[in-house]
Design a protein around this ligand. Sequence first.
Ligand code: CAA
Length: 390
Amino acid sequence: MTTPPVGIHDLSFATTHYALDHALLADRLGVDPNKFYLGIGQETMSVAAADEDIVTIAAAAAQPIIDRHGVDHIRTVLLATESGVDQSKSAGLYLHPLIGLPNTARVVELKQACYGGTAGLQFAAGLIARDPSQRVLVIATDIAKYELDTPGEPTQGAAAVAMLVSANPAILRLEPHSGLYSADIMDFWRPNYRTAALVDGKTSVNAYQKATQEAWTDYRRHGGRDLGEFAAFCYHQPFTRMAFKAHRHLLESQGFTADTAAIDAAIRHTTSYNRTVGNSYTASLYLGLVSLLDHADDLTDQPIAFISYGSGSVAEFFSGTLQPGYHDHLRTDANRSAVTTRVPLGYDRYRELHEARTPTDGRYHAIPEETTRPFRLAAISGHKRIYESR
Ligand code: CAA
């Protein structure tokens, strides 16, 4: 029996109600804005309103997929996040009623820092290889948060990317080769008692580059393509300049000349949305794919490289090919609008939102209405999160 191709059949992105301009942050921190624009490659970052979280943006990302394809054949929902709302219950179950997911599906949350979305995609491919009639909904959703007034602060952000994974996909066929690299390293982590991540910034940048090189070596060892074959490279983007650094490192490690023009050509279209959304942890790599598809000329039949990195750390280098007619399945207008319709956030309100804490007393707490996006967190009562859709 020949196995049909497996990959991404549909993909959709959502972000938060607010955006904070990096010029505002630079001014308040007394930093040259070019450090953010050029040094880390960020212009604005998405910030969640008081009534938004990883569930509301995940639901907003997944809803258009359900509207287009229905829920038939969805037997598994894999939600990847590293900013989860519950230590036990999968966030996928909170959004289950919001978007009408079927009861006849397994719903699980995955965690390994920013790598979780790739784990979801690869696990989905395995399930579909076993039974090609099934579809898997993979949702990567995160709100990236560092302490105020720390070097990590300008690299915050938020987004969710939902992917319908199926046999005979309409957008991207996954290729079978994969390169892996895992190592225990304390570059970025968040103990259960903290709301903001801890990070050793320089160590994390070096760890990302080393992991990219090691995963590439493993990809080649397992029969993957030559570096020169790829039409574009989608990197995990904690900040967009990181994609530049990692690609330069990869080219140099393989003996290629890493001139700026060659690096820009390889990554340019993958960074447009991340530059204005910021880090979205598990979703960031896939937001890079959305950006590439929305901005590049026709890539039909072209191989694309994916480099997934999750601190701690796990990396994977894998590849996929864009399918004939993929353009007809994109959501370019909706994606652009998700970014351009965000409301500019004032600095004082940004700090208030950043420092707000979830009530822990079990009483009823209504959450003031703030977001204009399709789903919101309406209240917390009896330690339960209560969501509503518009
Ligand atoms: N004009 C132009 N460029 C400027 C500038 C100016 N006025 N001022 C500074 N720069 C440049 C610097 O030269 C530097 O460039 P290089 O990296 O090419 O040397 C760049 O701006 C950054 O400056 P610093 O190194 O001084 O920045 P920093 O110490 O304040 O912090 C950071 C940088 C370590 C990335 C910090 O933002 C951070 O800790 N971020 C969070 C961790 C992170 O994102 N790590 C990435 C790998 S881990 C990962 O990928 C997982 C994940 O999602 C977290």
